[in-house]
Structures are given as structure tokens and as C-alpha cells.
Design a protein around this ligand. Structure first.
Ligand SMILES: [Zn+2]
Length: 210
């Protein structure tokens, strides 16, 4: 008696491969069910833009320049190697460093100016409060007895007018869409001749007191 062997019927392909699967080589095994207790996915690192803008107050700007002016005066005094009398003056938006050298030491004049410029450039580079305007061109304007420079504040380097900060000039002036310094102070550095020596010129001292 022959056994009736049921004929094997291949299941239709649609049963194995979900019709929505577009991956030709995708495995046909069942997908792992979602775990409802799994922790919520969180990004490993939070990429936020570092905050570069900084609200600089006038007092902070003035303090930073005062520190730089004092530092510059002391540094040059220490490095120049000849007697020098230094005065620093804070005016309305204008700062002055006045070095006085004896007549016989006036050959050091250029060295004094050079050291001062180097100090100002270095200090401005590390400061996040004041910038030396025109630092990528020639930021120092020669004067008869020295030079002057402009120092400006920067609120937000993302919107700063780098044209102005780098070259000292912006052709768009008031119509510029980028931010110009809110505070701008001038620094004047001069080398003068020390003409009065109190011990040697009592007559001159007397004349000054009148
Ligand atoms: Zn501008």
C-alpha cells in the first residue's frame, strides 16, 4: 500500500520578504522587538558653538589698558640699560607714555620706541579686552617724538569688522554691517630729552616754581 506523501509546497516569496524591504541582501530573520524599558538615546557629545561674544564694559577696557601701559613703561625702563624717567598719563580717551632720556642717552631713543611697540603688540595679542587696530598692517603712526596707536574693544569676534581690526580702516564707515569697536582709545608714546636735573640746575628749578 503506497503511502500518500503530501506534496511540499513552497511558501510564496512574499511571506519571507516583507514587501517594504528594499534591501536586496537584507536578512529575512525576524526583527528584534523594541525594548520599552531601554534608556532614551542621547547624543554622546553635545556640539554647541563656544560662546565667543563678550560684553566688555568701559571700566574693564580702561583697566586692561592701564595695566598694559604700566607694564610697558616698567619693561622698557628695565630693559633699556640707561637712566630713564617715565611718566604715564591717562587723559580722556588718550593715554601717554613719556620717556625722558638724558642728552647723552638720546641715541637710545629708537630702542625705547621699538621696545614699546613690541610690548604693545604682544600685550594686545594676548588680551581679550583690547585690540591693536591695524595690527596686520602698520598699527603705529609716527609722530615727531614717538608714535601713536589706536586700541579698540571687540564685543563679538563673529560679527566684528575684521577689516577694521586688521588694517585699521573700513571703507564702509558708518554703513558697515559688521561691528566696529564700541570703545576706542589712543595711545601716544614719546621720548623726550631730560632737560631739567634738579641737583644740577637750581636756577632752572627756581624758574619753574615761579
Ligand atoms: Zn567695517
Amino acid at each position: 500500500m503506497a503511502l500518500a506523501v503530501p506534496a511540499m509546497v513552497n511558501p510564496p516569496r512574499d511571506v519571507l520578504v516583507p514587501p517594504t524591504c528594499l534591501c536586496r541582501n537584507a536578512p529575512t530573520r525576524a526583527m528584534t522587538p523594541l525594548n520599552p524599558k531601554a534608556a532614551l538615546w542621547q547624543p554622546l557629545a553635545v556640539f554647541t558653538k563656544p560662546k565667543l561674544s563678550k560684553e566688555i564694559q568701559l571700566t574693564e577696557f580702561i583697566q586692561a589698558i592701564a595695566g598694559m601701559v604700566d607694564g610697558c613703561a616698567h619693561e622698557v625702563e628695565n630693559l633699556i640699560g640707561v637712566p630713564v624717567s617715565v611718566h604715564t598719563i591717562q587723559g580722556q580717551g588718550v593715554w601717554s607714555i613719556i620717556y625722558r632720556l638724558r642728552d647723552q642717552d638720546m641715541w637710545c631713543r629708537d630702542k625705547v620706541l621699538e621696545l614699546s611697540q613690541g610690548y604693545i603688540q604682544s600685550a594686545a595679542k594676548v588680551s581679550d579686552v583690547f585690540h591693536l587696530l591695524g595690527c596686520r598692517r602698520d598699527p603705529f603712526r609716527p609722530k615727531q617724538k614717538g608714535f601713536s596707536a589706536l586700541l579698540g574693544s571687540m564685543q563679538d569676534e563673529n560679527v566684528a569688522c575684521w577689516n577694521l581690526y586688521d588694517t585699521g580702516k573700513c571703507t564702509k564707515e558708518d554703513k558697515c554691517r559688521w561691528q566696529h569697536p564700541v570703545f576706542r582709545h589712543r595711545l601716544v608714546v614719546l621720548v623726550k630729552k631730560l632737560t631739567i636735573q634738579t641737583s644740577d640746575h637750581p636756577k632752572a628749578d627756581a624758574a619753574l616754581c615761579q
